[in-house]
Ligand binder design. Structure first.
Ligand code: NIG
Ligand code: FE
Length: 415
């Protein structure tokens, strides 16, 4: 049986549990000094002080030893909201936006999401696969061991299926785990420009049943926003998705306060994402349910917007997760170092809350908290060793990628 033991780790820092940590619990990490982690196959067998773990290991043959001295071990990062699979770039648009052209105006002109849609439609399945592979391999370097990926750049039958199939292939081919989300409700494609309800009908009648039948997505999501999909359209799509057995998410209250977070709560969505413009009453609603708040501060940073009210959400006992929102338009970065720094410096989370939000709560936002997101016996061995003695260096060494070794499913996949 394959075994790895990480020894003399200066600090193990991890949230604990098989579900999300809400409110104050987000700040509680389990810390072990001079720790060790015993891995058997793809699972963690034991975590403790070096002394405890060594006492428990009997037969010492056939064990691979990794020295953790001077390093900190944390769970692999779970990036619970990305649009990582796309073609082309939108560099010109970035300059236009910073010069003052609104994001939604670019989309209304047929640019934005629709310009990436055009590029994806013109890209073969094979090319898309290679583009995705390159990005995912680089994400590993930043310590991302599980990533969610959304479709939404095909916006017709064939090209949405193409995106979803490529994600399933990438999941099999690469060490990272990929959770896929059908986001046909990302923008109204040109074919339906004058008939967005017709496009919603097409998703309900054709796409959702087909994707379910083929097992091509774990989640369904909608971009609920002024001029994109209304609250009522979002409700129709997600209600049908739920009836078919999908778990659901929502891009909610990003630019306009539309009550998206309230809808996510009403539908029992696994997460409500963005929330820059969430209404006070919807914060109160979220505080009573199980819908996780997935905050995406790198998008707010790139769009020069103010940040989501993270402290208020935590004060109301909501489980906050942090994700990159990596996409070619509003946020062309998946830097976990940038994300960590923005959360601590700009959103005023503590480093402990941020670590919880990027690991266990990210896992919970993907319905995977029982399996990943913390360093505990029984969980998948998804572990990072940092070139730092303490987890607080993740913010303190601002914007620096401290990830030195990545263990995914019990294998050293990046070193
Ligand atoms: O989450 N808001 C909608 N979707 C993405 C942007 C995608 C794009 O611009 O291509 C987001 O920010
Ligand atoms: Fe998004």
């Amino acid at each position: 049986m394959e075994q790895i033991v990480l020894r003399h780790i200066q600090q193990i820092a991890t949230p604990e549990g098989k579900t999300e940590r809400k409110g104050k619990e987000m700040n509680q990490l389990h810390l072990i000094a001079d720790g060790a982690i015993w891995i058997e196959q793809d699972r963690i067998r034991m975590v403790g002080t070096d002394k405890e773990v060594m006492a428990a290991i009997g037969e010492k043959d056939a064990i691979q030893w990794i020295d953790g001295s001077g390093k900190c071990a944390i769970p692999g990062f779970v990036d619970a909201h990305t649009h990582f699979l796309f073609a082309g770039s939108r560099a010109e648009e970035f300059d236009d936006r910073l010069a003052g052209v609104p994001y939604l105006e670019l989309l209304a002109r047929g640019g934005g999401i629709c310009s990436t849609m055009q590029a994806v439609r013109e890209t073969s399945e094979e090319e898309l696969f290679h583009a995705g592979k390159k990005i995912l391999q680089d994400m590993l370097r930043y310590g991302i061991t599980t990533v969610e990926g959304k479709s939404g750049y095909g916006l017709n039958r064939e090209d949405e299926l193409k995106q979803l199939r490529v994600m399933r292939r990438l999941d099999k081919d690469l060490p990272l785990d990929i959770v896929s989300t059908y986001l046909g409700g990302h923008a109204v494609p040109p074919e339906y420009r004058e008939d967005s309800d017709g496009y919603v009908d097409f998703m309900l009648e054709e796409m959702l049943p087909l994707i379910k039948k083929e097992g091509l997505a774990d989640f369904v999501d909608v971009f609920c926003e002024q001029g994109v999909f209304s609250l009522e359209q979002s409700r129709r799509i997600l209600t049908r998705a739920k009836a078919l057995g999908f778990a659901v998410k929502l891009h909610a209250d990003e630019m306009s306060s539309m009550g998206g977070a309230g809808l996510a709560h009403e539908l029992g969505a696994v997460s409500a994402d963005h929330l820059l413009s969430i209404r006070k009453e919807d914060i109160l609603r979220l505080s009573t349910g199980n819908t996780k708040a997935v905050l995406l501060p790198a998008t707010a940073f790139c769009m020069r917007c103010s940040y989501a009210p993270a402290r208020e959400l935590i004060a109301h006992d909501v489980a906050v997760a942090l994700a990159s929102d990596f996409n070619p338009g509003s946020c062309f970065t998946y830097s976990t170092a940038l994300l960590f720094a923005l959360a601590v410096i700009q959103m005023r989370l503590t480093s402990a809350e941020t670590l919880t939000a990027m690991t266990l709560n990210g896992a919970a936002a993907l319905n995977r908290a029982a399996e990943i997101g913390s360093i505990e016996a029984g969980k998948k061995a998804d572990i990072l060793l940092l070139a730092a003695p303490d987890y607080r260096f993740l913010a303190y060494q601002t914007g620096m990628n401290l990830v030195q070794q990545v263990i995914k499913d019990g294998k050293l996949v990046w070193n």
